[in-house]
Ligand binder design. Structure first.
Ligand code: GAL
Ligand code: CA
Length: 354
C-alpha cells in the first residue's frame, strides 16, 4: 500500500515538474533554418479559389527551393468544412512540431482556441483568406493574417456595375424605369467576404446616385451548383424583372450563367452578371461577354506573402518584401477590377501565326 502511495506521489511530482517545464519554456530558435516545415490547414480543398491558392503556394515553394538553399516541406490538410476535423488536424500538426502553421479557418469564431494552442507550443500561426476578429489576432504577437480587404472587392464590383449602368444603360436598365433591379448571390453566412462584398457593392451604386431595388438575395455558399438552383427558382418566379446578378464570387456567378444558357437565353438578353476572384473560367466568361466583369482576388500574391512570412519567421529575420503590404500583424493584398478591356481576349482567340 505504502509503495503504491509513494509511487503515486512520485508520478504527481513528475507531472508537476513536466508541466512547469512546458509552460515556462520558450521556443529555441531553429537550429536548422535551412529546412522549413509548414503545416497548412484549409477549410475546403475543393473550393475553386482555395485550390488555386494552394497550387500557387506549392509552385512558389518549389521555386524557392531551387533558387535558394532551403528545403520546404508543405503538409496540406483539408478540413472538409468541419471545424472539429480541422481542430484535430491542427492538434496533430502542433504535436508534430511544425515550424509554422498556415490556417484557413473553417469557423472564424474558433480562432482563439487555436491561437492559444499554437502559443503554448510557440509555433507562429498565419491565418489566411478567412479572417479572425481583431481581438483574436491580438492574443499573441506571432499571429498574422494574410488576405485582402473585403470591402475593397465590393467597391470594385459596384464600380463595374456603375460603369455599365452609365455607359450601356439601355442594356442594363431593361425596363427603362431608371431603377437597377438586382438579385444577390451570397457566399457563406458569417464570412467577412460575403457580408462586406454584399454591403459595399450596393453602397457604391447608391452613393453614386443609382436607384437600386433588391428583388431577392440568398446564400449559395460560394458554390456553382447551389447558385444555379437559386437562380433557377428566381427565373421561374421573377425572371423577367432581373436586370443584374451580383454574386459574391465567380463560381456562383457561373452557376447563374449556367441557368441562362440552359434556358437558351441569348447573350444580349441575359441579366448583367458580376463576380469576384478572376478564376480561369470566369475570365473566359468575361471574354465571351456572358459575364460583365470580376474582381481579381490575388491568389498568387497571397501565397507569396504567406511563404515570405513563413520563411522570415523561421529565420527570425524581417522580410523586406512584405513591407509594402504589412500593417502590424496584417498583410493586405490589393484587389483589382477585371473587365473585357483589361483582358487579352482577342489575342487569346486569334489563330496562331504560321
Ligand atoms: C473568398 C473567395 C471565395 C471563396 C472564399 C473561401 O475570398 O472569393 O470564392 O474561396 O474566399 O473562404
Ligand atoms: Ca430597371
Amino acid at each position: 500500500m505504502n509503495r503504491i502511495i509513494k509511487s503515486f506521489f512520485t508520478l504527481c511530482l513528475i507531472s508537476i515538474l513536466c508541466a512547469g517545464m512546458l509552460t515556462g519554456c520558450t521556443r529555441t530558435p531553429r537550429a536548422d533554418t535551412d529546412t522549413l516545415r509548414i503545416g497548412v490547414a484549409v477549410y475546403q480543398q475543393s473550393d475553386t479559389f482555395i485550390s488555386t491558392l494552394m497550387q500557387a503556394l506549392e509552385h512558389l515553394a518549389q521555386e524557392r527551393e531551387s533558387s535558394e538553399e532551403i528545403k520546404i516541406n508543405l503538409n496540406v490538410v483539408d478540413g472538409h468544412g468541419s471545424q472539429l476535423t480541422q481542430s484535430e488536424q491542427i492538434d496533430r500538426l502542433i504535436a508534430l512540431d511544425y515550424d509554422v502553421l498556415c490556417v484557413n479557418i473553417v469557423d472564424r469564431t474558433s480562432a482563439a482556441m487555436l491561437i492559444d494552442k499554437a502559443k503554448e507550443a510557440n509555433i507562429p500561426i498565419i491565418f489566411f483568406n478567412r479572417e479572425p476578429v481583431q481581438e483574436d489576432i491580438q492574443r499573441w504577437d506571432s499571429v498574422y493574417y494574410v488576405g485582402a480587404k473585403a470591402e475593397e472587392s465590393g467597391i470594385l464590383q459596384g464600380q463595374i456595375l456603375l460603369n455599365a449602368w452609365l455607359n450601356e444603360n439601355e442594356r442594363v436598365d431593361r425596363n427603362q424605369d431608371g431603377v437597377l433591379q438586382y438579385v444577390m448571390l451570397e457566399g457563406e453566412p458569417g464570412h467577412q467576404d460575403a457580408m462586406l462584398r454584399t454591403e459595399y457593392a450596393v453602397k457604391t451604386l447608391v452613393e453614386a446616385g443609382v436607384s437600386v431595388e433588391k428583388l431577392d438575395s440568398n446564400t449559395a455558399n460560394w458554390d456553382r451548383s447551389q447558385a444555379a438552383s437559386r437562380m433557377a427558382q428566381w427565373m421561374d418566379r421573377i425572371g423577367d424583372s432581373i436586370e443584374v446578378v451580383i454574386s459574391n464570387n465567380d463560381d456562383m456567378a457561373l452557376g447563374a450563367i449556367d441557368v441562362f444558357q440552359n434556358m437558351n437565353i441569348p447573350k444580349e438578353k441575359m441579366p448583367v452578371v458580376v463576380g469576384v476572384d478572376a478564376t480561369a473560367l470566369a475570365l473566359e466568361a468575361v471574354c465571351d461577354g456572358t459575364m460583365q466583369g470580376t474582381v481579381r482576388n490575388d491568389a498568387k500574391g497571397i501565397a507569396k506573402c504567406m511563404l515570405d512570412l513563413a520563411i522570415s519567421l523561421n529565420r527570425g529575420q524581417e522580410a523586406p518584401e512584405l513591407e509594402k503590404y504589412q500593417d502590424g500583424q496584417y498583410i493586405w493584398l490589393p484587389y483589382q477590377k477585371v473587365t473585357k478591356e483589361q483582358l487579352p481576349c482577342e489575342e487569346a482567340r486569334a489563330p496562331a501565326q504560321p
